[in-house]
Design a protein around this ligand. Sequence first.
Ligand SMILES: Cc1cc2nc3c(=O)[nH]c(=O)nc-3n(C[C@H](O)[C@H](O)[C@H](O)COP(=O)(O)O)c2cc1C
Length: 236
Amino acid sequence: MDTASPPHAFPPEWRRGLYQAILKRRDMRHFLPDPVPDDALARVLSAAHHAGSVGFMQPWNFLLVRDRATREKVHAHVTEERLRAAEKFEPARRGKYLSFKLEGILEAPLNLCVTCDPARFGPAVIGRNTIRETDLFSTCCAVQNLWLAARAEGLGCGWVSILKPESLRRLLGIPEPVYPLAYLCLGFVESFPEKPTFETEGWLPRLGLKDLVYDGAWGRAPEPAFTDLLKDVQLI
Ligand SMILES: Cc1cc2nc3c(=O)[nH]c(=O)nc-3n(C[C@H](O)[C@H](O)[C@H](O)COP(=O)(O)O)c2cc1C
């Protein structure tokens, strides 16, 4: 086989598109007020719905939150939890943490809660016998698809997790045992930064890929030639 151009590989421009979406996806917290067009939203939701899921259980639902009054309640809860979280940081880092904008709940024209129903299709699910959380993992896959598709549509997406799932459940009327897995802000943006905010702001660095890859056993570095490749991967 020609391994440089395997038979089922995407043509170069498709590959570039995929890698562009991956590299240029950002967590967004600033939004323009323009509404999200229904057709783009439908495509983004469809991309999410095509994620892999354990046993094909498709445990997700997508709850659109457009109503201002509801978003204000979620925002008030997040503001409270953000201040509570600040106490966890050492005093030296607390100020920096509080300077970050960590959500765009009210600015974004649309909020969206992605939920996970652990009971979908009954108690027996292929592949979930030993790892119960695979329903949650599946829903995370849907969120990542949504995030990438949104980027391709020119829409920013920001994941807000500074909240208590129980509070979100109450505010959005989500029944047990459905779990509100991700609260997302969606909308057009002025621009997408090249790098994560936390990297630009010196909060944390991007780790080197070569230090994260082991071969054969935990902690064992791969062959030097492969390690060299990992030092400088060019996706696009
Ligand atoms: C599960 C999850 C929860 C997150 N929660 C928040 C959040 O509450 N507030 C926030 O500003 N960013 C949140 N983020 C975004 C991360 O901070 C962001 O992904 C990371 O800094 C890397 O930046 P990037 O997404 O732009 O590449 C979350 C991301 C994930 C995957």
